[in-house]
Design a protein around this ligand. Structure first.
Ligand SMILES: Nc1ncnc2c1ncn2[C@@H]1O[C@H](COP(=O)(O)OP(=O)(O)OP(=O)(O)O)[C@@H](O)[C@H]1O
Length: 345
């Protein structure tokens, strides 16, 4: 049932503001693609264009080589789950899930027994069996979103679109639903596009992540690729935490305050640049070549790890690094640091 979804040179402008600028990518059958980007980057516009709720100014959306402009909204068979629960308040869980099946034209509507069986299967799938008589007001937020997903799946969608489906839920419920959705997707295998603000969610859930900025794609790749090999300063800063050091590139080295601190592999760079370094890629050393000097200004807990903030001469902010060893230097102590990985832009 899964289709190949192709976005081909999508352009959309609202008044004078471009919301989508030449966006192209393919989502393979059964793939889960996350759209990630700051507010206003065009994620929702793109999702609505795939659903046929928004007309593109230029470009096409194809389902298995078929230009979707040739399909009616019904023929597109989109399963859409929004952030705010779009359940019918006056219908119980069973009727909410059955809605899409009952709304089919008479000739295509399944028999009542088939509808019951299908809804029963979906209730099992989203782990809500036994709650079919409840009304939306009698469910938790997480349960409502699971009903919304079951309702979207009921029509056997060719493409499943999820627009911040867990955005309104608290952190713990979000985390639970995240792994649940990953597992469910593994079993149902719909071609899925998932919009989120939450980078952790995108990196954990998606087969691939598309990062949007100002209506254009900055980078598309596996979670590992976008995180470990960011292709732009934007992606580097947007995904995860990073220090940004002003450096000067010469002779294959990055110099900070005239000190060589990192070997530059980008041979083309010369002159001023920024060196982006994640906190886990700076380690404390005894001293030595390519080492940075500083004074420990603060140590704080950051979940499982300890984060060191180091004041470094010539750096307006504090250099942040994650402490790998159990032994921590004291605040006020001088330390030498080595950068083990970084990106120069
Ligand atoms: N109906 C509309 N009329 C005018 N401008 C719009 C409309 N819908 C979206 N925009 C504009 O298009 C741009 C992209 O908006 P979009 O909602 O797609 O971004 P987004 O990445 O989904 O943002 P968010 O994460 O805040 O939901 C924004 O500048 C927005 O203001």
């Amino acid at each position: 049932m899964s289709v190949t979804l192709v976005i081909d040179q999508a352009e959309k402008q609202f008044d004078i503001y471009p919301a989508l600028r030449g966006v192209s990518f393919t989502v393979e059958p059964g793939e889960l693609m996350a759209l990630l980007g700051p507010s206003g980057s065009g994620k929702t516009t793109l999702l609505r264009a795939i659903a046929g709720l928004e007309q593109l100014d230029h470009g096409r959306v194809l389902f298995d080589d078929v230009d979707t402009r040739r399909l009616s909204l019904r023929e597109r068979r989109i399963g859409f789950v929004f952030q705010s629960y779009a359940l019918f308040k006056n219908m119980n869980v069973f009727e909410n899930i059955a809605f899409g099946l009952r709304a089919r034209p008479r000739a295509k509507r399944p028999a009542e027994a088939d509808i019951r069986r299908r809804v029963g299967d979906l209730l099992d799938l989203v782990q809500l069996a036994g709650l079919e008589k409840r009304f939306p007001a009698q469910l938790s937020g997480g349960q409502r979103q699971r009903v919304a997903l079951a309702r979207a799946l009921a029509i056997e969608p060719s493409v499943l679109l999820l627009d911040e489906p867990f955005g309104a839920l608290d952190a713990k419920v979000r985390k639970d639903l995240r792994s649940w959705l990953r597992e469910l997707h593994g079993r149902t295998g719909h071609t899925t596009v998932f919009v989120t603000h939450d980078q952790e969610e995108a990196l954990e859930l998606a087969d691939r992540v598309a990062i949007l900025n100002l209506g254009a794609i900055e980078q598309i790749g596996s979670p590992d690729a976008v995180y470990d090999q960011p292709e732009s300063a934007f992606v580097c800063e947007f995904l995860g935490e990073t220090n940004k050091l002003p450096v000067h590139i010469a002779g294959g080295q990055a110099f900070f305050e005239d000190m060589p601190v990192f070997r530059s592999n980008g041979q083309n760079h010369l002159g001023p640049a920024s060196l982006y370094v994640r906190p886990q890629h700076i380690k404390l050393v005894d001293n030595g070549p390519l080492s940075l000097q500083g004074v420990v200004a603060h140590i704080r807990r950051n979940g499982a790890i300890r984060r060191l903030e180091v004041a470094v001469k010539g750096y307006a902010r504090r250099l942040e690094l994650d402490l790998a060893s159990a032994v921590a230097p004291a605040v006020g102590e001088r330390v030498a640091m080595k950068i083990t990985a970084g990106h120069i832009f």
